[in-house]
Design a protein around this ligand. Structure first.
Ligand SMILES: *Cc1c(COP(=O)(O)O)cnc(C)c1O
Length: 382
């Protein structure tokens, strides 16, 4: 079965009790049992809920994994993956991770004795040099945020297999439509379903997908033990979003490609970061490990902080907001918003300059989006 068919059908058979074509919102915390120990597979909704089961089956099929587990947020999914570790274990992670992941690693998990090394994972050699006897896991995000650099999933997975390390890939930016890390050798895929998978900026959620039965069983135990599960209505909203994931991703990709080209030719722009552009230093890798380039772009406007703020606050269709992956276009200025906590020198070192703008390209008409950006850029004086 192909992707868009799976998105609409897997886990979503007509309801057995009523024939309802759409998976019902099983808004119940508990289930009446026929007798002691005799039930229909559900006892309590932290442990299991039919709406959640439908979402989990569908997510597993889209990532071409055997198992999926849904959570109340992307951060909750990450925490459940990290629960595989114990005090003294060491993790190697990308150095430009999603801010919330970095915070969870640095401010929460280190308290429990888990150690982290943050590396530039676009250089695979780097990884090999930093593996310690107590290293247990490698955590990557690709493309990275907000600079859209890529990590070679297959090359990293080969090192991990050799060294007996678990490889977890946060696939939020690409969605399973454009990138399937399990097929490239990853052990675990993590999603913030809040973004492209949900797709409508109306629900927060997370997911883990794996084909490793031991990992699945262990994390399923944590899912029930920790209890950061999504409610049935959130699962239903996410499933509804998934039905149009393929259509939306194609449109995000098409619009982003046009906008990236428009920006590349604009006199007030120094640099455009988009893996779909031939000028992207890892364009060949992008073509190899992804089947599209997604809807995220960052670009550097001439004129530093003033120009950056001017552009980010002058658009009318692009909303000034955090998050990404929804049908509506968003714009942000990392230096004063998402990455404001990092000192200027540190930021500049990794290429996160004052003039950098990040956009999440939505599925509005590309002409309107280009006009909106063009008018905002007109307001910059250089
Ligand atoms: C948003 C995001 C997360 C965290 O997900 P939440 O649903 O906000 O908890 C993790 N990774 C990436 C890449 C994200 O964009």
């Amino acid at each position: 079965m192909e992707f868009s068919t799976k998105a609409i059908h897997v886990g979503q058979e007509a309801d057995i009790a009523t024939g309802a074509t759409i998976v019902p919102i099983y808004q119940t915390s508990t289930y009446t049992q026929d007798g002691i120990g005799k039930h229909k597979g559900y006892e309590y909704s932290r442990t299991g809920n039919p709406t959640r089961t439908a979402l989990e089956k569908c997510l597993a099929s889209l990532e071409e994994g055997k198992y999926a587990l849904a959570f109340s947020s992307g951060c909750a999914a990450t925490m459940n993956v990290m629960s595989l570790l114990k005090s003294g274990d060491h993790v190697i992670a990308s150095d430009d991770l999603y801010g919330g992941t970095y915070r969870l690693f640095q401010k929460v998990l280190t308290k429990f004795g888990i150690k982290f090394t943050f590396l530039d994972m676009t250089n695979t050699e780097n990884l090999l040099k930093n593996i310690l006897p107590e290293t247990k896991m490698v955590w990557i995000e690709t493309p990275t945020n907000p600079l859209l650099k890529l990590c070679d999933i297959k090359a990293i997975s080969e090192i991990c297999k050799n060294k007996n390390l678990i490889l977890a890939v946060d696939n939020t930016f690409m969605s399973p439509y454009f990138q399937k890390p399990l097929n490239l050798g990853a052990d675990i895929v993590v999603h913030s379903t809040t973004k492209y998978i949900g797709g409508h900026s109306d629900v927060v959620g997370g997911a883990i997908i794996t084909s490793n039965e031991d990992i699945y069983k262990e994390i399923k135990f944590y899912q029930n033990s920790i209890g950061a599960v999504p409610g049935p209505f959130d699962c239903w909203l996410t499933l509804r979003g998934i039905k149009t994931l393929a259509l939306r991703m194609k449109e995000h990709n098409k619009n982003a490609m046009s906008i990236a080209k428009f920006l590349s030719n604009h006199e007030k722009i120094l640099k455009v970061n988009y893996p779909g552009l031939e000028s992207h230093p890892q364009h060949q890798l992008a073509k190899k490990q992804m089947t599209g380039f997604g809807g995220m772009i960052s670009f550097e406007v001439k004129g530093g902080i003033e120009a950056g703020i001017k552009v980010a606050t002058s658009t009318k269709l692009f909303s000034l907001a955090e998050s990404l992956g929804g049908v509506e276009s968003l714009i942000g200025h990392p230096a004063t918003m998402t990455h404001a906590a990092i000192p200027k020198e540190e930021r500049e070192k990794i290429g996160l300059t004052d003039g950098l703008i990040r956009i999440s390209v939505g599925i509005e008409d590309e002409k309107d989006l280009i006009e909106d950006l063009s008018l905002a850029l007109d307001k910059v004086n250089i």
